[in-house]
Design a binder for this molecule. Structure first.
Ligand SMILES: [Mg+2]
Length: 235
C-alpha cells in the first residue's frame, strides 16, 4: 500500500532565527554573471574546455559544481584541490568585475517577508552554496543585503549540510544554544540538509522544483511562494 501524500503546513514554523537559501528562494538570476565566473575558473585555472552544463547545479554548491566539472574532465581530486584556492579567487574576481551586469529577480513577496521578520525582531541569515563574495553581490544587487546579519557559504564547505550547520552555529553564538532556527530553501537538498540537523524547514517552490516534489521530501511547511506566508503570518 502506498503511503498517503505528505501533509505540510503552509505557515512559517516558529523560530527566533530564519536562515534563507539564496538562489531559487530569495531570488533568481538569469544574467549569467555567476555562470560565466565558473567558466573563467574552469578554463583559466584548470585548463578545461567545457561548460558546467550537465552538472546538477540546483541544490549543489559552487565547490561541488567545480569538483564535478573537474572529475568529468579526468582531473584527480588532488589536482583539483591543489588549484582550488586560486580557482575560487578567479571566480570571485570575475563575478566582482562583472557585478554591474547582475540582474537578480526577487521572488514574490520576499522583501515584504523580510521586513515583517525584521520588525518582529527575528535574526536573519543566509545559507548558500554560493561562494561568499558572489552571494553577497547578488543580495546587494537585489537590494536585500541589509536584512541579513551573517551568512554561511561554500568557500570552506562543500556540502550543504556543512553550510547549514555553520549557519546554525552562528545563530547559537548570537542567541544561545536553545535558540530555535528555521531554514528556508527551494530544493530537496535544502530539506535533506535541515533534516540531518534535526531543524525545521519551510520549502518554497520558486526555484525549479514544484511543490509536489518538495513535499515528497518531507519539509515542515511548503508554499508555492512567500506571498502565501504573508496572508497568515503570525510572528
Ligand atoms: Mg536554492
Amino acid at each position: 500500500m502506498k503511503n498517503p501524500p505528505f501533509q505540510a503546513a503552509s505557515v512559517l514554523p516558529p523560530a527566533e532565527a530564519y536562515l534563507f537559501d539564496i538562489d531559487g528562494t530569495l531570488l533568481n538570476s538569469r544574467d549569467g554573471v555567476h555562470y560565466n565566473a565558473f567558466h573563467a575558473a574552469v578554463r583559466e585555472i584548470y585548463g578545461i574546455d567545457s561548460k558546467i552544463d550537465g552538472v546538477p547545479v540546483h541544490g549543489n554548491t559552487d565547490l561541488g559544481i567545480l569538483r564535478a566539472v573537474a572529475r568529468r574532465a579526468g582531473l584527480s581530486d588532488a589536482e583539483f584541490e591543489s588549484k582550488l584556492p586560486v580557482a575560487i579567487a578567479c571566480m570571485c574576481a570575475t563575478a566582482s568585475r562583472n557585478s554591474a551586469g547582475m540582474e537578480p529577480e526577487l521572488c514574490p513577496s520576499v522583501r515584504e517577508l523580510l521586513v515583517a521578520l525584521q520588525r518582529a525582531g527575528k535574526l536573519l541569515g543566509v545559507v548558500s552554496g554560493n561562494l561568499e563574495p558572489i552571494g553577497w553581490l547578488k543580495l546587494e544587487a537585489a537590494g536585500i543585503k541589509q536584512f541579513f546579519a551573517f551568512g554561511s557559504f561554500s568557500n570552506q564547505r562543500e556540502l550543504r549540510r556543512e553550510i547549514f550547520a555553520h549557519g546554525l552555529e552562528q545563530v547559537q553564538r548570537r542567541l544561545g544554544d536553545r535558540a530555535r532556527a528555521c531554514f528556508i530553501g527551494d530544493t530537496p537538498a535544502d530539506i535533506d540538509a535541515a533534516r540531518q540537523l534535526a531543524r525545521p524547514i519551510l520549502a518554497v517552490a520558486t526555484g525549479i522544483f514544484p511543490a509536489a516534489e518538495l513535499l515528497a521530501h518531507g519539509p515542515d511547511a511548503c508554499v508555492s511562494c512567500c506571498s502565501e506566508l504573508l496572508a497568515g503570518i503570525d510572528l
